[in-house]
Design a protein around this ligand. Structure first.
Ligand code: NDP
Ligand code: MG
Length: 386
């Protein structure tokens, strides 16, 4: 029986993961820890259903409601940042990292420290602290498996290939909610409109980041951190059907494309069953019905956030932590109605520029402390610019 934990169990990725666990043969998994944020009802329901050892909310003030909701279930309750780390440190063969944002970094590192497999949906932790995550995995003998669909696609396309033979990688993007809207109307885009994705059903923050392509910028950096590609080897292509998730190009001119349904249970299930491939509850693709696959180059005027990824990769060091935190804060302001949709990228760029030569960020090493410092300064600067 494999022991499994889910960090961010109440979210979109967490629920998709539990759906796969629910369908697994009886006795295949033992659920160690489930964590959530504010959705106590969901957390308690899942902890009871899956007989988790412990359920933890990130918020101290929600301990009592969680205890009440778990009364009589035999599931232990915990709350707060320390309890989250303790939950992540519980022995588990496989842990899903699916907290949204930089808040996923410390629990992800804690999970890596116990040496099992970390299925990584939380791309923000690789963007902010890639070298730290990879080092922690190496030292602890842990394995990180990508869950982001594009990175799962690259991972699958690389299987059995000589990584020296790779010449390029193409990450696809749906183009998000505003792909077909006239550019001149984008500055008026509302939060509700940006929260509707044409092809994927995901959490609100990543859905808005898909419309602005901040999500794709994170994914470009994630690809560099995880696979070690040079910035010049990474390309982004708009592919509205979201059927091809990524392509890997080899020096002989061949391209291996990963074709899969726009259902996160494919990528989650691949990471859950790896190195085996098992049956998954995903709809088989009907290519005749889909009919055609389209590709276009992203327009930098429409997606100003995308180009910032190369700026960040070339700067190196703590630029990823600054970028991610500034982006998270700009998104907070957009959701609160304080900045416009098309203003976010300019604000984040201003923060990257203003912190480029900051003495506190010249640290030679990327540690949890230096990343937290960079994150804090970036949020402060973003607020000052907004
Ligand atoms: P959701 O917003 O749906 O879920 C986020 C989860 O994190 C919830 O369990 C939430 O708890 C919890 N959470 C929120 N804030 C905190 C915090 N400060 N501390 C601890 N836990 C917190 O997000 P998604 O599932 O969409 O995304 C999760 C991660 O996966 C993100 O990094 C995203 O980029 C990545 N990803 C998601 C994809 C998708 O299809 N959704 C695809 C590829 C990557 P609660 O809801 O109880 O408050
Ligand atoms: Mg993705």
């Amino acid at each position: 029986m494999r022991r499994l934990s889910i960090l961010g169990a109440t979210g979109s990725i967490g629920q998709n993961t539990l759906d796969l666990v629910r369908r697994a043969p009886e006795g295949a998994y033992r659920v160690a820890a489930l964590t959530g944020g504010r959705n106590i009802a969901q957390l308690a329901r899942d902890a009871r259903e899956f007989k988790a050892e412990i359920a933890v909310t990130a918020h101290d003030d929600l301990l009592e409601p969680l205890r009440d909701a778990l009364a009589g279930s035999g599931v232990e309750a915990g709350a707060g940042a320390g309890a989250l780390i303790d939950a992540a440190e519980r022995p588990a063969d496989w842990t899903m990292s699916a907290i949204v944002g930089a808040a996923g970094l410390a629990p992800g590192l804690a999970a890596l420290g116990q040496g099992g497999t970390l299925a990584l949906a939380n791309k923000e932790s690789l963007v902010a602290a890639g070298p730290l995550m990879m080092r922690r995995a190496r030292v602890a003998g842990a394995r990180i498996l990508p869950v982001d669909s594009e990175h799962s696609a690259i991972f699958q396309a690389l299987a059995g290939e000589d990584s020296d033979a790779v010449s390029r990688v193409v990450i696809t993007a749906s183009g998000g909610a505003f792909r077909d809207r006239p550019l001149k109307d984008l500055h008026r885009a509302s939060v509700a409109e940006a929260s509707c994705h044409p092809n994927w059903n995901m959490g609100q923050r990543i859905t808005i980041d898909s419309a602005s392509m901040f999500n794709k910028a994170l994914e470009v950096i994630e690809a560099r951190e995880y696979f070690g590609f040079d910035p010049d080897q990474i390309e982004v292509l708009i592919h509205p059907q979201s059927i091809i998730h990524a392509l890997v190009g080899f020096r002989d001119g061949g391209l291996m494309a990963h074709v899969g349904p726009p259902d996160m249970r494919h990528a989650i299930g691949y990471a859950l069953n790896w190195p085996e491939r098992r049956a998954l509850p995903v709809e088989p693709l009907d290519l005749a019905r889909i009919g055609r696959l389209d590709f276009t180059a992203p327009d930098p005027a429409r997606y100003p956030a995308l180009g910032l990824a190369w700026h960040v990769m070339r700067a190196g060091g703590l630029a990823g932590a600054v970028f991610n935190a500034a982006k998270e804060r700009a998104l907070d302001h957009f959701i609160a109605g304080r900045v416009g949709f098309m203003e976010m990228a300019g604000l984040v760029e201003a923060v990257l520029d203003s912190l480029e030569a900051h003495p506190d960020l010249a640290a030679p090493e990327i540690t949890l402390e230096t990343v937290r410092r960079a994150d804090h300064l970036a949020r402060q600067q973003l607020d000052a610019h907004a």
